[in-house]
Design a protein around this ligand. Structure first.
Ligand code: MLT
Length: 207
């Protein structure tokens, strides 16, 4: 992979570099590199933050890959954008001196979907992930080894975009690939709730 800072992004240095954690922050459709920064400040305040802006524009709204319809993904573009993001993570790690840091993905909705896609394609890049309201991005042909990865999935029982079945299937898929996975349910919809952020804070504080 060639090295280039190929995404517009925001980088926030760690307030305690000895902790050695970087949050790869991935916004939802219509968000940008600033949208979720207050959430990281809440759930993992000492971490460095690497927050790219999705390169795809859908009716003026940034996203991380193209879709054909709600929940129907353009798999070729997903593959390309997943590789682009992997290139970005490696290049940004070198540029900001984060190479020895643990990379923790925190993504919401479309950002959670590209985070899963990166983990399924480049399992060595991310060791921990909090996925807010994810879907199954694609089913890999070759099973990745996720035995060093721990994942929190949060989901709403009344989510109009992500069904309960899809959440459970994603959980099972990650488990089949060796990941340690936990689902946190709340009874709201696709929105983030205080209780899921509290849960995320606990999950991220576990070593
Ligand atoms: C996606 O397109 O990644 C999902 O449908 C979530 C979203 O609406 O962004």
């Amino acid at each position: 992979m060639s090295e280039q800072l190929n995404f517009k992004h925001k980088y926030v240095p760690s307030s305690d570099p000895t902790k050695g954690k970087t949050v790869l922050l991935l916004h939802g459709t219509g968000g940008n590199e600033e949208s979720l920064i207050p959430i990281v400040e809440m759930v993992l305040p000492d971490a460095a933050i690497l927050s790219p802006r999705g390169q795809i524009m859908e009716n003026g709204m940034p996203r991380f890959f193209r879709r054909i319809a709600e929940g129907v993904f353009d798999l070729e573009d997903l593959k390309f954008q997943t590789q682009e993001l992997a290139i970005f993570i490696e290049a940004a790690s070198k540029t900001y001196g984060l190479e020895s840091n643990e990379v923790i993905a925190l993504g919401y909705s479309n950002g959670a979907n590209i985070a899963s896609s990166v983990m399924l394609t480049y399992p060595e890049l991310i060791s921990k992930a909090a996925l807010f309201h994810p879907m199954i991005p694609f089913v890999p042909e070759n099973p990745p080894d996720l035995s060093n990865t721990s994942i929190l999935i949060t989901a709403g029982t009344n989510d109009p975009i992500v069904s309960r079945e899809e959440t459970l299937e994603l959980n099972n898929m990650f488990q089949d690939y060796g990941a340690e996975v936990e689902i946190f349910w709340h009874d709201s919809g696709h929105n983030l709730t205080r209780e899921e952020l509290d849960k995320t804070k606990n999950f991220l504080s576990e070593s």
